[in-house]
Ligand binder design. Structure first.
Ligand SMILES: NC(=O)c1ccc[n+]([C@@H]2O[C@H](COP(=O)([O-])OP(=O)(O)OC[C@H]3O[C@@H](n4cnc5c(N)ncnc54)[C@H](OP(=O)(O)O)[C@@H]3O)[C@@H](O)[C@H]2O)c1
Length: 294
């Protein structure tokens, strides 16, 4: 049986959907406040718990062969220290103790770049190191931005024609289809060539962020209105927030890092992924067209 953490999240719910489509047994680790009705309807076993509680992690691992760590932090959930770092360390320790056969970690593209001001990146880097040394059989996937993040922006564009882009529109990215990433996360458990490996995971094309407005324009047949404040706007906001909420200021550091840097995979990395997993990765436009009814 698979255990999926963050099972009600953008990635986690897609992992659970695909596992249930394959009629595989899956335990979905959710919170009482999570939106998990759909997962239950699809036949997932719902485990209600809190990843900041080691006892819940231990209980969730009973009779589990494969773990997919797909949870993540936000301000409301305790931040990078508690969720991206501590909860993963506990999950690895308890998975080892429970004799789990394989552990897939969803990390982040750039985890190895030593960004000092980005708590999520630092947490992922430390957890990657811990997992590699744990003795567990593992696969680490380091994805770029998720295509599903664009869906609310696309809906906004549909209504207003506006695309808000903070920072340099020429910054490059290779956004990954969230459904493809879910496929890779599941297949990692049973793909020997993926065991003990770390993969950078991006979509098949390198886009400048400004091109996303053109993709929306093609889908909705509407001229884009690009609103493009500079990164300095985020810096000003951070400085102001820092007085009132130091925790939020720290997590905005991760956000700023995402906006200020390039996150793309090389054609050689994409080719390697497709060869190891035997799949063809879809483009952002293909992902969006499958979800958006025009
Ligand atoms: N989104 C991206 O572009 C991106 C890019 C690279 C890497 N990643 C990584 O990919 C993973 C999945 O990202 P995502 O966008 O799918 O995340 P997401 O939609 O924000 O989902 C995160 C999930 O974690 C759960 N969670 C938070 N605190 C919890 C707690 N204390 N106990 C139990 N569950 C808790 C949340 O539960 P609730 O549903 O109850 O809130 C939520 O379902 C994360 O590790 C993220 O760092 C994301």
């Amino acid at each position: 049986m698979f255990l999926v953490t963050g099972a009600a999240g953008g990635l986690g719910k897609r992992i659970v959907r695909q596992l249930r489509d394959q009629e595989q047994p899956v335990r979905a680790f959710v919170r009482l406040t999570s939106r998990y009705n759909e997962l239950e309807r699809r036949g997932a076993e719902i485990f209600i718990g809190d990843l900041t509680q080691e006892r819940d992690i231990q209980r969730s691992l009973q009779d589990i062969q494969f773990v997919i760590s797909a949870h993540g932090s936000n301000e409301a959930s305790g931040g990078a220290q508690a969720l991206d770092y501590r909860a993963n360390i506990d999950l690895i320790d308890q998975a080892k103790a429970a004799g789990v056969q394989h552990f897939t970690l969803i990390s982040v593209l750039g985890a190895d770049r030593d960004y000092e001001d980005a708590p999520v990146f630092k947490a992922k880097a430390a957890v990657e190191k811990y997992l590699k040394a744990s003795g567990l059989n593992y696969t680490i996937l380091r994805p770029s931005g998720f295509a599903s993040n664009l869906l609310p922006l696309a809906e906004q564009f549909r209504k207003t024609g506006v695309y808000l882009l903070v920072g340099d529109p020429r910054t490059r990215t290779s956004i990954i289809s969230t459904d493809d990433l879910a496929k890779l996360a599941i297949a990692s458990a049973t793909t020997p060539a993926a065991h003990g490996q770390t993969f950078n995971v991006g979509g098949p094309e390198i886009l400048e962020r400004g091109e996303i407005a053109n993709i929306f324009a093609r889908i909705f047949k509407k001229e884009p209105i690009l609103i493009n404040p500079p990164l300095l706007a985020i810096d000003g906001l951070r400085a102001a927030i820092g007085f009132l909420n130091p925790g939020l200021k720290a997590s905005l550091g991760t956000f700023r890092t995402l906006l200020a840097n390039e996150f793309y995979t090389t054609p050689a990395e994409v080719e390697q992924l497709e060869a190891v997993y035997g799949i063809q990765l879809e483009t952002v436009e293909s992902f969006l067209r499958r979800y958006l009814t025009v």
